[in-house]
Ligand binder design. Structure first.
Ligand SMILES: C[C@@H](O)C(=O)SC[C@H](NC(=O)CC[C@H](N)C(=O)O)C(=O)NCC(=O)O
Length: 203
């Protein structure tokens, strides 16, 4: 894919990378897609971005950057306390803080969290808007899926790290894939899926 897109609703979004944002946006427009922000430098920076919406109104950000192995490169979650969120994704989910960037002019700070460098891995972009400690979540956001080697241990660690387990670890009826579902301190849900079980689903 020659472009990347990240998407989001107003408080969650996904990003996709594109080597040419303008060309990607034109292709999307030609197919009847809705462009909500024309290509151009991001406010307060140089990276060229654009926003588009899918037919369900989910927002995707197209980011100009070198191609990555996985075009879906970021998922953005708005959080009410950045340090709390960073600590949770580090301790409960085993992610690493890859970088943090403050943008005082536009009153927000982002922290990129992931399991490896952004050039090679999809990452979570935690966004803190100055003074906003809570978000209405509506009913459109569902969950992010993360692989794990041990759903039982994951659930235990999540509990110890300030998260909530909303689906106890164990096999899914019918397919036996082991999962556990959790919510982070901001109320964003993730499902952890056993790596070996999931590989079997793909066979
Ligand atoms: C490349 C990278 O820096 C970006 O794309 S940041 C995009 C930027 N994000 C924000 O403004 C986050 C805070 C915002 N208040 C929110 O909650 O979404 C952005 O969306 N810029 C808009 C623009 O038109 O440049």
């Amino acid at each position: 894919m020659d472009s990347q897109i990240t998407g989001s609703t107003n408080m969650t979004s996904a990003q996709v990378s594109a080597t040419s944002v303008a060309r990607t946006v034109e292709l999307i427009r030609a197919k009847g897609g809705k462009v909500t922000r024309e290509p151009g430098p991001v406010k307060g920076g140089n990276t060229v971005i654009a926003f588009v919406e899918d037919p369900d109104g989910y927002k995707f950000e197209i980011i100009q950057r070198p191609g990555t192995p996985e075009p879906l490169c970021q998922v953005m979650l708005c959080v009410g306390d950045l340090d709390r969120a960073i600590s949770f994704y580090e301790k409960a989910c085993g992610m690493e803080l890859l970088r943090k960037r403050d943008n005082p002019e536009y009153k927000y700070t982002v922290a990129m969290m992931g399991y490896g460098p952004e050039e090679k891995n999809a990452v979570l972009e935690l966004t803190y808007n100055y003074g906003v400690t809570e978000y209405d979540k509506g009913n459109a956001y569902a969950q992010i899926a993360i692989g794990t080697d041990d759903v039982y241990r994951t659930a235990e660690v999540v509990r110890l790290s300030g998260g909530k387990v909303v689906r106890e670890p164990g096999p899914l009826p019918g397919i036996n894939t082991k999962i556990t579902s959790i919510v982070d301190p901001d109320g964003w849900k993730s499902v952890f899926v056993d790596n070996i079980d999931f590989a079997k689903e793909l066979e």
